[in-house]
Design a protein around this ligand. Structure first.
Ligand code: FAD
Ligand code: SF4
Ligand code: SF4
Length: 617
């Protein structure tokens, strides 16, 4: 048999899970506890291996558990309910929350794009600095509203937390987690999901059979749990196939770029400290800094989709943010340990898909669980996983099949009756104000939070194609169209990034690289992200319509790319799989509408291997 004709293998299991993030971790933790009796005999029986407990397999895309997720502050209500005796000292880098501060950062350079209203505010703060507690160009807010506070919560490196949970889950011997195994697609039959197909191995970049071709195995399962996160290709394929429920859409996103840093010896930041910032390097960019034990901190920024810059980039902004006088005073002399980026689905509940269908369930951020008012996703994702497991155990015990109606009753009804649902309703419109700018956005959040979601700032979200201005329009009054044309041509000739040239031109100073904490983007990939991509897999970022890319004015996919994996080229941009960190930002930044679905752009993000190789994030 030729390699191209290698036969596709199939395997039967009871439950197949896609992705091992906090949602699936919550699912498997709860499920494993209910599969056997205290004496070790099966509480319910496998259909594919009678006499045994159900066969449960989880496939994770990344090369190990906990690679490339995020450092978080969380109230951890759901997590603590699963682990009532949880001692943070058991989990590397975990710490109880001790001290929270929200800081407004003034612009010490004068290069950011501030509205007249914000400039007036800045001048007032500056004028009153004798009275206000302004320190190093930062103003701590006197009050943090209760909906934002994480009193009694935890700081977690999600990478470390996932490794800790993963060891416990697999230690039960009842479930298996397989990293390095991307799921290519759901196996759909009519309206039902019958399992998943793993990616083909031994292919060329276009996915054609090559040396050692091995077609991805079909994993047939009575139930498929989809917990592949905000950009997961399996969830996205289900959405394309079954559609989003009426009134739902996914237009709000953010890319979170972060670093784990060894703080300098002179640092006075205490473990358990939580800093949230806004106002700088651009007013729309939010920042965070969480202090773990042993002088380690997790820090980063969010660049949201409603920051309508056609050259929005994260890496350089992250460095300017670190260089803000307030932060740099506490960071200089520190060392980069780890780095990465990931998409956050800011649509939250508004992006909720069909949660249950025949043979499948959606859990976690990809199911719309993230609370966009409280900035909390982990505990919500975990809790939806727990609710799914409770429902699944109920159906298993009753011998009921995994039909849509049964799953709706056993899982969706539990979710609807829980705090996750109640709080996500409060949050649903909380960010609408940001479509009109930072000030109305902040006012909107306060209104929604303080009135329990009864009063919200108005705002209409639009798909990227209807929002993003051209580069010329965005820089009107600062850089002339003729100069932009020249800069674009020059950057194309040099293969250089246009956003750097534009930022330089707008007065942003060069980054003083120190090789320790302020490193080049390439060094961040190699030292911080430790990015790797094994050979023999298809490219997972695909430009669907080369002719449309050729006509694209912004090429924002190049500018936003967190890993410099997408680079400028005549016509369609180049994609280098070995630099991709799977953040997914290119997908929701493409502002050329897909001919069949104007809600999305023309980049397809498929299942792929490799990416970040650090579990410190
Ligand atoms: C920078 C940043 C900071 C954040 N800070 C906070 C915070 O402070 N507090 C908070 O509560 N939340 C925070 N969040 C949000 C939080 O990280 C998410 O809400 C949470 O991780 C969602 O969990 P999940 O299990 O649904 O999805 P994910 O964590 O995205 O996990 C999905 C998993 O599926 C895997 N996967 C994807 N595709 C496939 C495939 N095809 N095959 C197999 N596996 C696949 C992925 O590799 C991943 O491991 C932050 C997010 C970011 C990006
Ligand atoms: S993928 Fe989208 S943003 Fe990138 S070049 Fe093509 S059309 Fe432009
Ligand atoms: S190509 Fe990869 S690293 Fe670049 S934006 Fe897309 S997903 Fe992120």
């Amino acid at each position: 048999m030729s390699e191209a004709n290698a036969e596709r293998q199939a395997m039967d299991v009871d439950i197949a899970c896609v992705g091992f993030g906090p949602a699936t971790a919550g699912f498997l933790t709860t499920l494993a506890r209910g599969l056997v009796q205290p004496d070790g005999t099966p509480a319910v029986e496998s259909r594919v291996m009678p006499g045994m407990p159900p066969q449960v397999l989880c496939y994770e895309r990344a090369d190990d558990i906990g690679f490339g997720v995020s450092g978080v502050v969380t109230r951890a209500r759901g997590i603590r309910q699963s682990f009532p005796d949880l001692d943070p000292a058991q989990i590397p880098l975990a710490a109880p929350v001790r001290h929270e501060v929200v800081l407004y950062l003034l612009d010490p350079i004068g290069a950011s794009r501030r509205s007249p209203l914000l400039r007036i505010g800045d001048r007032a703060i500056w004028g009153l600095r004798g009275i206000l507690p302004v320190e190093d160009d930062a103003l701590p807010l006197p009050y943090i509203p209760p909906f934002l506070r994480k009193d009694g919560g935890l700081l977690l490196s999600i990478g470390q937390f996932m490794q800790w949970v993963g060891a416990q889950v697999m230690g039960t011997g009842l479930v298996q987690v397989w990293p390095g195994m991307p799921v290519a697609a759901p196996l759909v039959e009519g309206t039902a999901v019958r399992g998943v197909r793993l990616v083909d191995q031994g292919t060329d970049k276009q996915g054609q059979p090559d040396a050692g071709f091995m077609p991805g195995m079909d994993i047939k399962a009575a139930l498929t749990i989809v917990g592949d996160g905000p950009m997961g290709p399996v969830g996205r394929q289900l959405d394309e196939r079954f559609g989003l429920p009426a009134g739902r859409h996914r237009r709000e996103w953010a890319v979170g770029m972060k670093a784990v840093v060894e703080l300098p010896e002179h640092s006075t930041l205490e473990p358990g400290t939580v800093l949230h910032t806004f106002g700088y390097p651009e007013p729309e960019i939010f920042g965070f800094l969480y202090v773990y034990p042993d002088r380690i901190a997790s820090l980063g920024i969010f660049v949201p989709s409603w920051f309508d810059s056609p050259v929005r980039t994260a890496y350089r902004y992250l460095q300017h943010w670190m260089l803000h006088p307030f932060l740099w005073k506490r960071l200089h002399g520190g060392r980069l340990r780890s780095w990465g980026a990931k998409t956050l689905m800011e649509s939250g509940r508004r992006g909720e898909p069909v949660l249950a269908g025949d043979g499948y369930l959606r859990i976690g951020e990809g199911s719309g669980s993230t609370n966009v008012l409280t900035g909390s996703g982990v505990d919500e994702a975990w809790t939806t996983g727990v609710q799914a497991a409770e429902g699944v155990l109920e159906l298993l015990r009753n011998g009921e099949p995994f039909t849509q109606a049964n799953l709706e009753r056993a899982y969706v009804a539990r979710r609807r009756a829980s705090w996750v649902e109640e709080e996500s309703r409060v949050a649903e419109k909380a960010r609408d104000g940001f479509t009109k700018g930072i000030v109305s956005g902040l006012i909107g959040m306060a209104l929604s939070g303080l009135t329990g979601g009864r009063v919200n700032a108005p705002g209409k979200s639009l798909p990227p194609a209807q929002r993003l201005p051209s580069i010329e329009r965005y820089y009107a009054g600062r850089i002339s169209p003729a100069e932009i044309r020249e800069m674009r041509a020059d950057c194309a000739t040099r293969g250089a990034s246009l956003h750097n040239a534009l930022m330089d031109r707008c007065g942003w100073p060069a980054i003083p690289f120190d090789g320790q904490l302020l490193v080049t983007h390439q060094d961040a990939l190699l030292m911080g992200g430790k990015v790797q991509a094994p050979a023999g897999y298809a490219d997972h970022v695909v430009f669907l319509y080369p002719n449309l890319c050729e006509a694209c004015g912004t090429q924002i996919c190049v500018e936003i790319c967190s890993g410099q994996a997408i680079t400028r080229a005549p016509g369609t941009p180049n994609f280098d799989r070995e630099k991709c960190i799977h953040c997914g930002a290119c997908v929701w930044n493409c502002a050329t509408p897909h001919p069949a679905d104007p809600e999305r752009g023309i980049i397809e993000f498929r299942a792929g291997t490799g990416g970040l190789h650090s579990a410190e994030n």
